[in-house]
Design a protein around this ligand. Structure first.
Ligand SMILES: Cc1cc2nc3c(=O)[nH]c(=O)nc-3n(C[C@H](O)[C@H](O)[C@H](O)COP(=O)(O)O)c2cc1C
Length: 181
């Protein structure tokens, strides 16, 4: 089935400790997008110390998580925005599982990443490799940036503005080549 052309946007995210969830909610609120929360049955909070080690090992080894039920069919959206925390320099296993399961239904994606202090651009290569194409846009937030309300809201606004300007997602609006951080 072809991707939907209505301009609807879906924000999909995984979050263990709330950072990615907060950014996802802000993006979805600003963009008036639907939202899909990924659950990973391999690690249901609260996590003990061993579960954190397993989480890190799974991310390192590229092991997909065990996804809970999915509510929104990505084929109904013109653009799917996917958010993940960085684990040992990698995407989270839940997001890996989502990308692997739906890669044929995700022709237009944008990514956002939250981390302690890792450049988002270092994480997205393997995410794009699963999809076999590039993301339309990317942004990232480290711990310092997440804690700064102004940096955080400015960056989210810039990201959403750039998504809106992607030709075809919002009919009548043309691409401006906005630079994303
Ligand atoms: C298992 C694990 C591994 C992590 N590895 C990294 C890392 O390699 N680099 C980094 O900058 N932050 C790392 N972090 C920090 C998270 O990326 C960061 O706190 C993120 O914002 C958490 O998002 P969340 O609250 O949505 O789960 C790691 C956190 C966990 C739990």
């Amino acid at each position: 089935m072809a991707a939907d052309a209505s301009g609807k946007m879906l924000v999909v995210y995984y979050s263990l400790t709330g950072n990615t969830a907060g950014v996802a909610r802000d993006i979805a609120g600003l963009a008036r997008a639907d939202i899909e929360v990924l659950r990973d049955f391999d690690r249901e909070p609260p996590l003990g110390a061993l579960a954190y080690i397993k989480a890190a090992l799974d991310a390192l080894r590229g092991r997909p998580g065990k996804l809970g039920s999915i509510a929104c069919d990505p084929r109904n959206y013109a653009l799917v925005v996917i958010g993940t925390p960085v684990w040992v320099g990698r995407m989270s296993p839940a997001v890996r599982a989502y990308l692997e399961r739906y890669r044929d239904y995700l022709p237009h994606v944008a990514f956002f990443v939250t981390s302690g202090d890792t450049d988002a651009s270092k994480v997205v290569g393997p995410m794009e490799a699963i999809l076999r194409h590039k993301a339309e846009a990317l942004t990232g937030f480290n711990a310092k940036e997440l804690a700064d309300p102004r940096v955080r809201s400015d960056r989210i606004a810039t990201f959403v503005q750039a998504l809106r300007q992607r030709e075809g997602f919002f009919p009548g609006v043309t691409r401006t080549g906005a630079v994303l951080s």
